[in-house]
Design a binder for this molecule. Structure first.
Ligand SMILES: [Fe+2]
Ligand SMILES: [Fe+2]
Length: 185
């Protein structure tokens, strides 16, 4: 795996890692513990900010090129492009609930758990479909000029969490990710 496919896959791995954190916090919440609401809100904010504005935008361009190269892929990429809007909407609703909790608002446990579960199920299934069906097809079908079209369609912006310059909002989360990655088992 190399080039744009590797970057695509690496971003999925990073998103999946964040979703695992989110799931672990929600499990703590479900078991009566006190989750780290700041961490959960930052994860959802990052996924909304970076994934929706960069990753999903690039994918939408790659999807339409894939459907041109192989029309049998059209139904799949159409569904996945639609899921980008659903994930964005579900993420926004979930984030609104989290902001409310952080501002001492009263939110039912069921509402928070339901929003988190919907987000996790959708997002994880979406990544799995792309990894198992789209990336192999893209590696096989997309040409150099296709990849250039994908890159040119979405001006590249620095990744505020995993990039070289960590955004102010994400410094605590980045430090936590690094500490967990280097902690002994
Ligand atoms: Fe996607
Ligand atoms: Fe993706």
């Amino acid at each position: 795996m190399k080039g744009p496919i590797k970057k695509w896959h690496d971003e999925h791995a990073q998103f999946a890692r964040l979703l695992d954190y989110l799931a672990a916090e929600m499990t703590a919440f479900h078991d009566g513990g006190d989750p780290d609401y700041d961490l959960i809100a930052d994860i959802v904010q990052y996924l909304k900010e970076y994934s929706a504005c960069q990753h999903h935008q690039r994918e939408d361009v790659a999807f339409s090129l894939l459907a041109k190269r192989d029309p049998t892929l059209a139904p799949l990429v159409k569904r996945l492009a639609h899921e980008h809007r659903v994930i964005d909407n579900v993420g926004s609703s979930f984030h609104e609930l989290l902001v409310c909790v952080l501002n001492d608002g009263v939110i039912s446990r069921e509402a928070l758990e339901s929003a988190a579960a919907t987000y996790l199920v959708y997002y994880r299934a979406h990544i799995e479909s792309e990894e198992s069906q789209v990336l192999p097809a893209a590696a096989r079908l997309l040409t150099e000029s296709d990849w250039k079209a994908v890159a040119d369609a979405v001006p590249s912006a620095p990744d505020p969490l995993f990039g070289a310059e960590v955004g102010l909002t994400y410094r605590v989360m980045r430090a936590q990710l690094l500490a967990d990655a280097t902690a002994p088992d």
